[in-house]
Ligand binder design. Structure first.
Ligand code: FAD
Ligand code: COA
Length: 399
């Protein structure tokens, strides 16, 4: 069904060569040092793997989301952090700007990304995670400026990313709310954008997760990325663009699980107990079979979601959610079983599978939790709005 074109096969092979060479060689160190892999970013740039989906008139290659998925899958098998860089330089914030931005915004974002900047997308707040529409970060119009105040947390790339796409409630001169909009700001250039602190994380340690504050951050109206249906529908349009990143996140999880599976498959042939390779035992054979089934099904869902995007548009909301729910859960199981097949050796920090188990854990959370995405799928198949904030719930009075 997904017959790749000769160009896609070549792209995949080029990505594999880089992934299985220097990128794989760096993965353990990136995890141990918790340092952003700038050298890999340069390698991705040299290979033409950043900004691939940016249209040619803005200096990119005008490639598809499936192309970006193919490269992400390969990189993530070797180094999940480098896989995430591929996602976020080709999907998510950059896709939103290239779809909805003014020509100047597109030029700026394309230039920065092609130069190796991984844009940060700032949605989540301490009191508004799954319920993102409850965000309180606000942009107040004052004369010819917007003044932005608020805080975001768990922002991937906080402290290394320069371009930020910040979701905020927008208020006009009279304090009347107009909707949720996305503003562009640049770290170290836009005054008032502060990286507060880095979160210590279980996995994916080579890319910072940071808390970011906006303190009277002033931006011109030209920093507002105006979606086609205006501010009232701004959030829906921005989330529509975000479906591309959900497909990308699913792909990183798939790549990590594929990497762990390959290692376990090899080990099952090498390791002998009871006088034979452990893959001679049905208990191990069935584990490997289940792992391969989960990987194949995940890949099919991801490729289907990636190719659901119409020209210039985004992956389908329900297909993106289906792909991310299934793959994120399957990938955790596959990586976990891979560790099991290694026995004690899998539990050693010297074994890449140990890192993969930690890295893959986050994908049922970041980018919309598996629970929230099931609600998205349910809304889609039932063709109903399923508001999670409902009348009638009375909070307990504070003691
Ligand atoms: P909560 O919303 O507090 O949820 C807690 C639990 O309750 C979850 O299990 C959740 O599924 C469940 N729950 C909540 N509501 C419902 C419901 N209605 N029905 C059923 N279950 C429900 N955010 C960004 O903006 N930018 C980023 O770059 C970014 N990167 C991230 C990177 C990592 C590594 C991680 C872990 C998170 C990142 N996030 C980012 C934040 C992420 O999007 C949020 O963590 C996520 O949306 C969930 O919000 P929360 O953590 O506040 O969980
Ligand atoms: N793709 C396209 N449109 C989307 C969308 C998506 N992924 N998610 C929401 N929308 C649209 C809805 O269809 C709705 O449009 P409508 O007003 O035309 O019907 C609008 O956005 C508001 O969505 P709704 O579901 O009514 O909002 P809510 O207040 O119930 O909030 C969400 C629910 C959207 C916040 C929740 O489903 C969600 O996605 N939470 C996770 C947030 C997240 O992924 N954060 C990641 C940060 S990196």
């Amino acid at each position: 069904m997904f017959a790749l074109t000769p160009e896609q096969l070549k792209l995949q092979a080029r990505a594999r060569e880089l992934a299985q060479g220097p990128v794989r060689g760096r993965a353990a160190e990136v995890d141990r040092t918790e340092q952003y892999p700038w050298d890999n970013v340069e390698r991705l740039k040299d290979g033409g793997f950043v900004g691939m989906t940016i249209p040619t008139e803005y200096g990119g290659q005008g490639l598809s989301y499936l192309d970006a998925v193919l490269v992400t899958e390969q990189m993530s098998q070797a180094c999940s952090v480098t896989g995430r860089v591929v996602v976020e330089t080709n999907m998510g914030a950059i896709s939103a700007v290239m779809a909805y931005g003014s020509p100047e915004q597109k030029q700026l974002a394309a230039r920065m990304v092609l130069d190796g900047d991984k844009p940060a997308i700032c949605i989540t707040e301490p009191d508004a995670g799954s319920s993102a529409t409850e965000m309180t970060t606000r942009a107040d119009k004052r004369g010819n400026r917007y003044v932005i105040n608020g805080a975001k947390h768990w922002i991937t790339g906080g402290g290394v990313s320069r371009l930020h796409l910040i979701f905020a409630r927008v208020f006009d001169e009279n304090g009347v709310e107009e909707g949720i909009g996305g503003f562009l700001a640049i770290r170290d250039e836009t005054e008032g954008l502060k990286i507060v602190k880095r979160e210590p994380t279980m996995g994916l340690r080579g890319i910072p997760e940071a808390e970011i504050a906006f303190e009277d951050m002033e931006v011109p109206p030209s920093a507002l990325v105006m979606p086609p249906r205006g501010l009232k529908k701004g959030f829906a349009d921005l989330m529509n663009a975000y479906n591309s990143q959900r497909v990308g996140a699913a792909t990183v999880a798939l790549g990590i699980a594929q990497g762990a599976y390959e290692l376990a498959l090899d080990w099952s042939e090498t390791r002998e107990q009871f006088g034979r390779p452990i893959n001679e035992f049905q208990g191990i054979q069935w584990k490997l079979a289940d792992m391969s089934i989960k990987l194949a099904a995940s890949q099919a869902l991801i490729y289907k979601a990636a190719t659901s995007a119409p020209a210039g548009g985004f992956p389908d909301m329900v297909m993106a959610a289906q792909a991310k729910v299934f793959t994120s859960e399957a990938a955790i199981e596959v990586a976990n079983q891979a560790l099991q097949i290694f026995g004690a050796r899998g539990y050693s920090r010297n074994n890449p599978v140990e890192r993969m188990v930690r890295d893959v854990r986050m994908f049922t959370i970041g980018g919309g939790t598996a629970e929230i995405l099931r609600t998205v799928v349910a809304g889609g198949i039932l063709k109903k709005k399923l508001p999670q904030a409902r009348d009638g719930y009375v909070k307990k009075a504070a003691e």
